[in-house]
Design a protein around this ligand. Structure first.
Ligand code: 5GP
Ligand code: SF4
Ligand code: MG
Length: 459
């Protein structure tokens, strides 16, 4: 998912609209904006893309100068309007709205406790748990939010809004990114910096793990909700796949990081060929890096139809399988009679890779060598990246050679974890695993994940 927040700008809703539009790749299932005009909230949520959910009249009704917005993708079975965010509640004498990117691992456990105590939930979204924890506390908003954030375990970026305040928090490991910017006197918050760039805001900094920012009539107050020192573990998949190449994460530009991944791959697994191509859009940067490192020309071996959504955001396997053909075509004139190196970001189920390899062969490629900018994806994510069950993850049960056969490639190589950490860069020597979460590759989760009834809802 993607979140966007505005504190004190007369055009708050419009800024949220353009910000969410820039974050559209983070979720195409639903979109929502909630604005505070002081005494009341104005909000709208709907299924679909930002441009489909909002129109001119709706935007004109969203008056106010504090706003939070959300774009969502969910895992299967959970795609419905009641779960669209921001979630909005009555709170004391006013209102409360919450938008999250991420997943709370112990949400179900807390939810059962709250239900025992009489709470009635409106949604199946784990974000609602935090709203309940805040609403049930007798403390003031900031203290109540701190208590709530301390109770939850997971990877998350939270935007919490009342009639006159905005709170921004990141999980204790900094798994999910959120960044801060400025536009005139207004403060802005976004899952990725590309959303700030889009609206001409100045990028200030990323929110630190365990941080709680409070914006109210006194301005910006930089606080923390936990003093416990945890390992920093920013999601490696943000670098590998999820974030847009024009975004910066932790001070590192994503396009540059992916280019380094490509050249690292070339160092680890050179193969002679006539051209290098990348699966659009996420692997083009890496393919350019591989080409630069080897001197083998980068070519446009595939074209993506930009009017089809990202395959993995479509909930069912059947849709997913239909999606690939709608989405990618080989450029026959480029690959015909050629030995092709095909760079992709990850192999999850293996179906996409097999289709792409076969598509390149059908278009006349003589050889197809697959190079992946991540280690084998073996373990599910509990922190909000949509991954199937372990048994659907091809690398959890098959060796690299078995996967190579399954996807019909002439050769296959997965990036080493050390190579990935080096390519991402931007960390200190003493940072554990380069400050990254690599759990889906190495099973080393930065938090406890074995809660009773644990679910990977995610957002
Ligand atoms: P698969 O191997 O699952 O057929 O497809 C892998 C490719 O599709 C990767 O390049 C990745 O970009 C994307 N993808 C497909 N499904 C998923 C998924 O469930 N989670 C993630 N993170 N990426 C996926
Ligand atoms: Fe990201 Fe993988 Fe960690 Fe999930 S488990 S947060 S996808 S690195
Ligand atoms: Mg892909």
């Amino acid at each position: 998912c993607g979140v966007f927040g505005v504190y004190r700008h007369s055009d708050a809703a419009s800024l949220a609209y353009y910000g969410l539009h820039a974050l559209q790749h983070r979720g195409e299932e639903s979109a929502g904006i909630c604005v505070s005009s002081g005494d009341e909230f104005h909000y709208h949520r709907g299924m679909g893309l930002v441009k489909e959910v909002f129109n001119k009249d709706l935007m004109a009704s969203l008056t106010g100068d504090i706003a939070i917005g959300h774009v969502r993708y969910s895992t299967s079975g959970d795609s419905k309007l009641t779960n669209a965010q921001p979630l909005v509640f009555k709170y004391r004498d006013g209102d409360l709205a919450v938008a999250t990117n991420g997943n709370i691992v112990n949400a179900l456990q807390i939810r059962h406790e709250l239900e025992q105590g009489g709470s009635i939930f409106q949604t199946t979204s784990d974000t609602e748990v935090v709203a309940h924890l805040i609403a049930r506390s007798s403390k003031d908003l900031v203290e109540a939010a701190k208590d709530a954030l301390k109770r939850i375990v997971g990877g998350f970026a939270f935007l919490i809004m009342t009639n006159d305040k905005l709170l921004v928090a990141s999980d204790p490991n900094g798994l999910r990114p959120v960044t801060m910017g400025r536009l005139g006197d207004a403060y802005l918050f976004a899952s990725e910096s590309c959303a700030l760039e889009t609206i001409g805001a100045e990028l200030l900094r990323d929110i630190e793990p365990g941080e709680l920012l409070v914006l109210d009539q006194n301005g910006l107050h930089e606080d923390r909700y936990t003093e416990e020192k945890q390992r920093k573990a920013l999601c490696a998949m943000e670098y590998i796949y999820f974030a847009r190449p024009d975004s910066d994460l932790n001070g590192t530009n994503l396009h540059a990081a992916r280019k380094r991944m490509g050249s690292q791959l070339a160092l680890e697994a050179f193969v002679d060929a006539d051209l290098v191509t990348g699966v659009p859009d996420s692997s083009i940067s890496a393919a350019i890096g591989y080409a630069e490192q080897t001197g083998i020309p980068y070519e446009l071996g595939m074209i993506k139809n930009k009017y089809t959504g990202r395959t993995f955001i479509q909930p069912s396997q059947e849709l997913r399988e239909q999606g690939v053909k709608m989405k990618l075509s080989a450029v026959r004139r480029v690959v015909e009679g050629k030995r092709v190196i095909m760079i992709d970001d990850s192999i999850v189920r293996g179906t996409t890779s097999r289709r792409i390899v076969n598509m390149l062969r059908d278009a006349g490629a003589l050889e197809v060598h697959v190079r992946i900018t991540s280690p084998p994806f073996k373990n599910p994510c509990f922190y909000g990246i949509d991954t199937p069950d372990r048994r659907e993850l091809i690398a959890s049960s098959k060796t690299v050679e078995e996967i190579r056969q399954e996807i019909n490639a002439d050769s296959l190589y997965f990036m080493s974890a050390e190579g990935l950490i080096a390519a991402v860069g931007g960390h200190n020597e003493q940072d554990y695993k380069g400050g990254l979460c690599l759990a889906c590759f190495d099973n080393d989760y930065p938090t406890q994940v074995d809660f009773k009834g644990e679910e990977k809802l995610g957002c």
